[in-house]
Design a protein around this ligand. Structure first.
Ligand SMILES: *Cc1c(COP(=O)(O)O)cnc(C)c1O
Length: 502
């Protein structure tokens, strides 16, 4: 079979678009041109253009490519600048304080560019060789920072949600095997599993419930435990909840403690919870997606005492180690627990070829083809180092505290907690008025107005059904003046609301 002349012509035109030895010039030129556009993104002085979905829909000709017309890279870059780079949210901008998105470090971007270009898939040794060892070295580093024992192990994941899924899955299967001799991986569901119960605080991340549902146990299998005024799980409430479930005939199998809750940055009392889990002989998972990296700091190390006793830990480098998405790890106390998810495929990693010296990391992952996300961490540790990262984290923590002290006496603000990490949850109020319904509307109005005008991105959340605003501070270069500038905009907008609506 031969390609016809027309197809051959098309083939020849674009054959220089592959990353290979024949196209080095094209690669270099393409990357340089792209960098030029990325620099224009950095030159923007707003966090986001504030354009709405309908504004973008009016540019439909850009959104939906004409498949019959190919563009040059220059044309495509110009289009994407108009469509994306000029509009999209810039996490490094000092007026972006909404969610857990950090500004990223340049060495981490270098690592990502390299990982993407080489396109290593860390799934089997024969697809990755030394990349496998580098990932394992990064895992060993973080396991040792977390004071996990020699038997511990881990794997890079797509994020905290996937890591928490693995924790719940391994906890479920380990319990089913240990106490009921069940091999859920092989034989599937058993009725007794419907009685399994997970415990986490009422401030824990939604992925716990979502994952319990995906694992077939449902939201009802997750028992939420009350928190104190500092938004930390109450240990006595945990014991009561465990006892109550036992009385109901249910089977407690795991506690998920949060080290750095998403909204409040609060740390559950890990050591006390660890002891409780040991007494009941149940799995102890720590969701450190947000706060895990604070183990590197002097200021917060003590709040992470107890990681040494964890059966598993979630840690997100893309939340608080200044890494581009994705970079996240799931750690487990004993590598043997990975057997609950491992699969040996003849074409990929046959069991009779298994070799500890040249491991196939696919054994430990939910994913098969998987990005080499450990490389950016390697570059970061090698060139920036843990002490500097710790100083960045301490800096954003003190920034949150400064903000807290600045707002504490301000009659226009009601604060619900003292920051333990780098978030602050508060709401705008008008002295003299006590109408929560009205405050909900004002605070949502403030958030929306600031976003749509491109002035600032602030998050909102709910506490006891009331709406609050949230700052998530992750930019070590932001100053107190930067954040007070956003506070000023919030005040002005809040006062405007009165003029417009009352
Ligand atoms: C963000 C977060 C998660 C989810 O992590 P992703 O990386 O977004 O999947 C889980 N737990 C906590 C406490 C979080 O803050």
């Amino acid at each position: 079979m031969f390609l016809d002349t027309k197809t051959n012509l098309i083939f020849d035109q674009k054959i220089d678009q592959f990353f290979d030895a024949q196209s080095k010039d094209v690669y270099e030129e393409s990357v340089q041109k792209t960098i030029h556009y990325l620099l224009s993104f950095l030159d923007r002085d707003y966090f986001c253009s504030g354009d709405t979905a309908s504004d973008f829909i009016s540019k439909k000709n850009l959104l939906i490519p004409d498949l019959n017309q190919q563009l040059s890279l220059d044309q495509a870059l110009a289009q994407i600048k108009a469509l994306y780079l000029d509009h999209t949210v810039a996490f490094h901008h000092p007026t972006y304080v909404a969610h857990l998105n950090c500004p990223v470090l340049i060495p981490a971007i270098v690592g990502d560019l390299m990982a993407t270009s080489v396109n290593t898939a860390v799934e089997t040794w024969d697809q990755s060789t030394s990349a496998t060892l580098i990932e394992q070295e990064m895992i060993r580093w973080i396991c040792s920072e977390m004071e996990l024992p020699e038997t511990s192990d881990g794997i890079f994941t797509s994020g905290g949600t996937q890591s928490n899924f693995m924790a719940l899955c391994l906890a479920r299967d380990a319990y089913a095997y240990k106490h009921f001799g069940l091999n859920l991986k092989k034989h599937g569901w058993s009725d007794v599993v419907s009685k399994f119960r997970f415990f986490c605080s009422d401030k824990s991340h939604f992925s716990i419930k979502k994952n319990a549902a995906l694992l077939g146990l449902g939201y009802d299998s997750v028992i939420t435990v009350a928190t104190d005024n500092a938004m930390k799980m109450k240990p006595d409430a945990l014991v009561q909840a465990v006892e109550k479930e036992k009385q109901l005939g249910n089977i407690p199998i795991a506690v998920i403690a949060t080290a750095g809750t998403t909204d409040y940055g609060s740390f559950d009392p890990l050591q006390t919870i660890a002891k409780i889990t040991k007494e009941y002989d149940i799995w102890f998972h720590i969701d450190g997606a947000y706060g895990g990296c604070y183990k590197l700091t002097e200021t917060h190390r003590h709040l992470l005492e107890g990681t040494a006793m964890a059966d598993s830990i979630t840690i997100d480098f893309h939340k608080s180690m200044f890494q581009p998405v994705c970079s996240s790890a799931f750690l487990v106390r004993d590598t043997k627990y990975f057997k609950y998810i491992s699969y040996y495929a003849d074409y990929l990693n046959p069991l009779d070829h298994r070799n500890d010296e040249c491991p196939d990391l696919v054994e430990k992952s939910l994913q098969t083809t998987r990005r080499f996300d450990a490389l950016k961490v390697w570059f970061t540790l090698k060139t920036v180092g843990t002490k500097t990262i710790a100083s960045f984290l301490e800096k954003v923590h003190y920034l949150a505290l400064d903000l807290y002290h600045s707002l504490k006496e301000d009659p226009n603000f009601e604060i619900v907690h003292k920051p333990e990490l780098s978030t602050l949850v508060f709401r705008y109020v008008k002295p003299g008025t006590k109408d929560d319904g009205c405050y909900d509307a004002i605070n949502l109005y403030i958030k929306k107005t600031l976003f749509q005008s491109g002035q600032a991105s602030v998050a909102s959340t709910k506490l006891n059904t009331k709406v609050y605003l949230k700052f998530t501070l992750l930019n070590p270069k932001s100053t107190i003046d930067d954040v007070l500038h956003i506070i000023k905009m919030i005040k002005d907008t809040g006062q405007n609301y009165k003029v417009t609506y009352e």
